[in-house]
Design a protein around this ligand. Sequence first.
Ligand code: ADP
Length: 167
Amino acid sequence: MKLIKGDITKLEVDAVVNAANTSLLGGGGVDGAIHRAGGPAILEECKRIRAKQGGCKVGDAVITTAGNLPAKFVIHTVGPVWNGGKNNEETLLASAYRSSLALALEHKLSSIAFPNISTGIYRFPKDRAAEIAVNTVKEFLSANNAEIEVTFVCFDDENYRIYKELM
Ligand code: ADP
């Protein structure tokens, strides 16, 4: 597991993870940045998936082309909106990380980069989200004997400081 501070759209990894919403039709934050940098091919594929299965549930993930990004694929996962913590938010956040890793395994990917899912517009407390992210990834990799290089990409200083301390 690696930690960097920066823009996930610049990374040359097998898959970058997008903190998408259930519509898969794009949004602000990292989602907007990925669609802007990756071009229209990503949204086209999201729309095809949406037509087939009606979007993506919270805690689930889907995979598409990465369009013009240096990555090979985008894995779109949907984290929970923080609503005080009594609505299964922690389990759903862990599930978003696990679903993304499961797709990476299924597609035999060897590197994946995660943004700090749910800690922007969805307001999940950053320190708790970071613990869930790191622990869930660690557990998944060891339980599946998976050799996937996982990079946590922090865009803001606060998340970077929290992850640095944690890792
Ligand atoms: P959510 O709706 O899941 O909260 P956001 O996109 O609002 O998703 O925020 C998730 C995290 O992504 C935030 O910590 C935000 O700082 C970060 N972020 C925003 N743009 C980028 C980017 N280009 N690369 C990596 N992380 C980003």
